[in-house]
Design a binder for this molecule. Structure first.
Ligand SMILES: Cc1cc2nc3c(=O)[nH]c(=O)nc-3n(C[C@H](O)[C@H](O)[C@H](O)COP(=O)(O)O)c2cc1C
Length: 203
């Protein structure tokens, strides 16, 4: 078995050791989704303590669809310089940083006044139209491009815990009868589109 302090690689991301900090939401955004100094400090301290790879808390790709009031919105222009500061801070210690991004799905109904969008309609959410799914894919791709520009080493899509992409995969939540529901391939389609379009655009 490899030693945790040994160098390693994930695709072309070279890691100084095999210690990974899994995505953990610290709830340290402001109530309108901006990165705070306390948030940067958490990542500074993780990098300083020797973590080889840090995966951030999940961050929103759409400021109108956030999972809770402290959910940081990556695309908010007010966060651009803070995102650069975040990646530079981590890189200064030789650590790598991957951004985890999300679209809330039914979790969006926790914010008062926000109409949560899900694969299929529920008591407190509305179903995404095809055009809204396309818009969601575009937001993911734009976000991934931005994350590359501000210095992240990679991006992780949040596809668990009942957030939108996991709801698409799960026939319990996805009752669609169009190309985005039904078969496993159809339920995976939105993820496939994000990955294909993002890969083409950041080549
Ligand atoms: C407070 C807290 C916040 C978390 N936030 C996220 C998150 O933003 N994204 C995610 O994918 N997982 C999140 N997780 C799950 C963790 O990344 C991890 O998968 C989970 O704690 C299980 O790992 P463990 O067995 O090493 O504790 C969170 C867990 C906790 C306890």
């Amino acid at each position: 078995m490899k030693d945790i302090w040994q160098k390693d690689k994930i695709k072309d991301i070279e890691l100084k050791n095999r210690i990974v900090r899994s995505a953990t939401n610290e709830h340290l955004g402001t109530i309108d989704g901006c990165i705070t100094d306390d948030y940067i400090k958490v990542y500074h301290d993780l990098a300083k303590s020797g973590v080889g790879l840090i995966i951030t808390s999940h961050m929103a790709i759409d400021k109108n669809q956030r999972a809770d009031v402290t959910h940081i919105c990556v695309n908010d222009s007010r966060n651009k310089e803070k995102l650069k500061l975040l990646t530079n801070t981590v890189h200064d210690y030789g650590s790598k940083i991957i951004a985890q991004i999300s679209y809330p799905g039914h979790h969006g109904s926790k914010i008062e006044g926000q109409v949560a969008k899900t694969p299929s309609e529920t008591d407190n959410t509305k179903a995404l139209s095809i055009e809204e799914i396309k818009e969601c894919v575009r937001s993911y791709v734009k976000t991934i491009e931005l994350l590359q520009r501000v210095g992240f080493d990679g991006v992780q899509l949040h596809m668990a815990h009942g957030y939108l992409l996991s709801e698409f995969l799960d026939p319990f939540y996805n009752k669609r009868t169009d190309n985005y529901g039904g078969t496993a391939n159809n339920r995976y389609r939105i993820i496939h589109e994000i990955l294909t379009e993002a890969t083409n655009s950041i080549k």
